[in-house]
Structure formats: C-alpha cells, structure tokens
Design a binder for this molecule. Structure first.
Ligand SMILES: [Zn+2]
Length: 227
C-alpha cells in the first residue's frame, strides 16, 4: 500500500485535519508515516514556541519552494484532488514560521541593548607599574549586570590579576574574576542581588598562585563607580 502523500503529512503537521479516511487508516498502521508526521510536527512546534535554536533553511530550500509555487500543478490521482499549491503554501508558511522564530530567538538572546549605568577610572596604587591604568564600566541589560574592565600596562603578575568589587571602607569584598598577564579587556557578571550601592569600588589585585582564594592585599588599580 502506498504511503501518505507528503503534502498530506505537511498539512497535518501544520494543524490541518486529515479528512481522507484512507490516509487516516494508513497513518494508524504505518510507523514510517507516523514518524514522518511526528518529525514535521516537532519542527512546527519548536518553531512556533521558539524554544530551541533553529538554523535558517538554506537558500536552495527557498528556491525549491518558489519553484514549486511557480510550477504547473502536477496531475494527482483521482482520490487526491487537493491542489498541490496548497501544500506548497503550507510548507512555505511553515518555513516562514521557522524563519520568524529564528529572528525572534535571536532578539531574545540578544535582549535589550546594555546600558552603561556607571563608570570608574582606575588609578594606580603603590606597587603598581607606573604606566598602568584602567577603567571599568557597569552595564545593565534587563535584569543582568556586568562589569567591563579595560587595563593598560598590566602584563607581569606574580600569578594572575583578580578583579574585585569592594565597599569603600573595606568591610565587604567580592571577587568578580581573574585576568591573565597582558589581557587588557574582560567582562564579568555581577552576582544577582549584590548591592552595588555598597560595593562601589573596583579593585584589581596581583594574586600569587598559592591556592588562597582571598585577596592578596597587593592592589594595583582601584577606582570608584560614579553615575
Ligand atoms: Zn506509510
């Protein structure tokens, strides 16, 4: 027995009821056709919910759809009078859904543009290389915050450089992350809930590789965020 027409499966995947009793009966008993339908339906479902990254169809797919739309209707068996262009339009619509979801997915992934909330000029502390300097900026994107750090003249740490947020009176200290010698730019996420009204200072220390996660007390650059 012949399998279901791919057009029928494509339409069914897009939510069209299967009206042909022969198709319904065949589908109930054919693992191959059910698998094909489930695969198409999954694609449509994923595209509509936008819950998974999708790859845009290659140009050849679009050309195929256009060619199908432009071509003369193919004669169908008597029991399959459904116009072929309808399936082509349905498939094209499905692809448009996917393409739209990809666009939406991308804009969600990118979210709103980051806004610079505050900036800090980092100046040298005793013991830092004379030519060292740096800056930090606090970026807000939606609910997430990041600190971007740029440095000049820090190339020769004992072990590595570490970036901290601290309160001006030294009562609080939070490590944001590390930078290697010669690294001039880094972006660090700010822990959720960290009160930046308290942790207003950015500090870069020189850390030996000694397994001690605490601050080495060798600060090289420091600055205070200002709005
Ligand atoms: Zn089948």
């Amino acid at each position: 027995m012949a399998h279901c027409d791919p057009d029928v499966l494509a339409l069914a995947a897009l939510g069209e009821p299967i009206t042909d009793a022969t198709d319904v009966e065949h589908l109930a008993g054919c693992v191959e056709c059910r698998g094909e339908l489930e695969s198409l339906a999954t694609t449509v479902r994923v595209a509509r919910t936008g819950q998974a990254p999708l790859v845009l169809p290659p140009e050849s797919v679009w050309q195929g759809v256009q060619a199908t739309l432009a071509s003369e209707p193919v004669p169908l068996p008597l029991d399959r009078r459904r116009p072929r262009w309808l399936a082509a339009v349905a498939v094209a619509a499905g692809l448009l859904v996917i393409a739209g979801s990809v666009t939406i997915g991308r804009s969600i992934a990118q979210g709103p543009s980051p806004t610079t909330v505050a900036v800090a000029t980092l100046t040298t502390l005793p013991g830092a290389p004379q030519t060292a300097s740096g800056s930090a900026s606090l970026q807000q994107r939606g609910n997430s915050r990041t600190v971007e750090v740029d440095t000049v003249g820090l190339a020769d740490p004992q072990g590595f450089y570490e970036v901290w947020l601290m309160s001006p009176d030294d009562s609080g200290l939070v490590s944001l992350g590390t930078m290697s010698g010669g690294q001039t730019h880094a972006t660090f996420p700010v822990p959720d809930g960290l009160p930046l009204a308290v942790y207003t200072n950015v500090d870069i220390s020189d850390e030996p590789i000694d397994g001690n996660p605490g601050h080495s007390a060798v600060s090289l650059l420091r600055g205070q965020f200002a709005v």
